[in-house]
Design a binder for this molecule. Structure first.
Ligand code: 9WN
Length: 423
């Protein structure tokens, strides 16, 4: 009986992936997000691989075909014209052969490619495809440390909340106070046509997203200038942990494939990053915190960004402390892991990254906890994720108190993660 239900859920997840498949890339969901997104695609490839390995490699290759000459991999590739999303290519104006956005997203490709390779049934195909991607992913990692860590501290900063993938997190509230809104061109949002405005970022936040975009555009999208010119420079522990994990995974994969230079460079990035992460630890919160690089201070905000570092090889006592923090949160939330601590008065169960549960984040946290022996907490996260799907379908995110599905529906990476959890 149980396996029947599992098989049925997997079949429904595959349906979602197929529905959103555009041949050589997958969109996150129809209407709300009609283009290719960076970290969505890399995580989606893991789900695709369960039924079509070649197609899974193509997903990541398509993304990297739009890598910038300086090494950056943009957060959106606008493969087609579609006005159901704002801001579209006419706002970004990055002047690329195929239009793209001008900022990046969490660097999960190194992790994804290694996982695809390790699990591949067709090793010959995997070696060929991985070998071609290695130097591209390496160039992206190099780009991060050159452009987003100009003082060589070992940790990179995001310069726009959209880069974190956690767009309206409470983590950015204080820094957003110093992002002006004067001169923001008139605009019409489209997201609120597809999703409940009460579950999306506010207008005040969109004004600042747009101000930053216009500011970077005025600087010609020159990455050598953007970091220092941004009033928003945040060192996000989750973002860095994903990059560190990807660098370590890329190093392992490069060693297997005999690419020793790439292996060495990425090993060094991962090691330096792990040491530097210590600066972000907070005993009081039992997790890591963001660092506001402009003022040089930790941000008092306990978000899931500070729990995500279990995805990288942080010290064992830190993992144990985070596992305990998750257990404490699990005592208050029906579904874990909420994107923000319920004890914080700013927690909002339904508003996007200010409280709701996201399955991609759960997947990375559970992966890290399982690998370090915290199997019970990992299983609890997996159970929550599977329960959410059973009760509420393949939503973009979920209310951690009620399980209500929120945001876009029939969501690609949610479906991909379900296949990962159940297979
Ligand atoms: C901006 C596609 C993306 C995810 C992000 C998520 C959301 C976009 C938006 O959707 O962001 O990039 O317009 O809201 O926050 O993590 O990659 O699914």
């Amino acid at each position: 009986m149980i396996s029947l239900a599992v098989n049925e859920t997997i079949a429904r997840a595959v349906e979602v992936l197929r529905e959103n498949d555009h041949g050589d890339y997958t969109i996150p969901t129809k209407g709300l997000y009609p283009f290719q997104w960076n970290w969505d695609s890399c995580l989606t490839a893991l789900g695709l691989a369960h039924y079509d390995e070649a197609r899974a490699w193509t997903e990541i290759e398509t993304l990297f075909a739009h890598q910038w000459p300086d090494g950056m991999v943009p957060h959106i590739v606008f493969h087609v014209l579609n006005d159901s999303y704002f801001p579209g290519p006419e706002i970004w104006r990055t002047n690329r052969p195929t239009a793209t956005s001008g900022i990046t997203q969490p660097a999960v490709a190194g992790f994804a490619v290694r996982r695809l390779f390790d699990r591949a049934k067709d090793k010959e195909l995997a070696a060929e495809r991985a070998r071609a991607l290695l130097p591209k992913i390496d160039a992206w990692h190099r780009w991060f440390y050159e452009n987003r860590d100009p003082r060589g501290e070992g940790l990179v900063a995001i310069i726009h909340p959209w880069e974190s993938g956690r767009d309206n997190s409470i983590d950015w509230d204080d820094a957003f106070e110093r992002v002006p809104t004067e001169g923001v061109e008139a605009y019409t949002r489209r997201d609120t046509l597809h999703a409940d405005p009460a579950h999306r970022p506010t207008k005040a936040q969109y004004d600042r997203y747009l101000w930053l975009l216009q500011h970077f555009r005025a600087l010609g999208w020159d990455n050598a200038k953007l970091h220092d010119a941004s009033p928003f420079q945040i060192v996000d522990p989750g973002f860095n942990a994903i990059l560190i994990r990807s660098a370590a995974d890329l190093a392992d994969l490069a060693e297997t494939l005999g690419e020793m230079e790439i292996a060495k460079a990425n090993r060094a990035r991962a090691e330096k990053g792990l040491l530097a992460m210590e600066r972000l630890w907070s005993d009081a919160h039992g997790q890591y915190l963001c660092l506001d690089r402009v003022i040089g201070k930790l941000v008092d905000s306990a978000s899931v960004g500070g729990i995500l570092p279990v995805f990288s090889a942080i010290p064992k006592p830190r993992i144990a402390a985070i596992a305990a923090t998750i257990e404490r949160i699990a005592g208050k939330a029906r579904y874990i892991v909420p994107s923000h601590d319920l004890d914080d008065p700013r927690f909002d169960a339904k508003r996007y990254w200010r409280g709701p549960v996201w399955l991609v984040v759960n997947y990375m946290i559970a992966d890290g906890l399982a690998a370090s022996g915290h199997t019970q907490v990992a299983q609890r996260i997996t159970r929550s994720s599977v329960d959410l799907i059973a009760e509420s379908g393949f939503a973009e995110y979920y209310d951690p108190l009620s399980g209500e599905p929120l945001g876009g529906g029939r969501f690609t990476w949610t479906a991909a993660m379900v296949i990962e959890f159940l297979k």
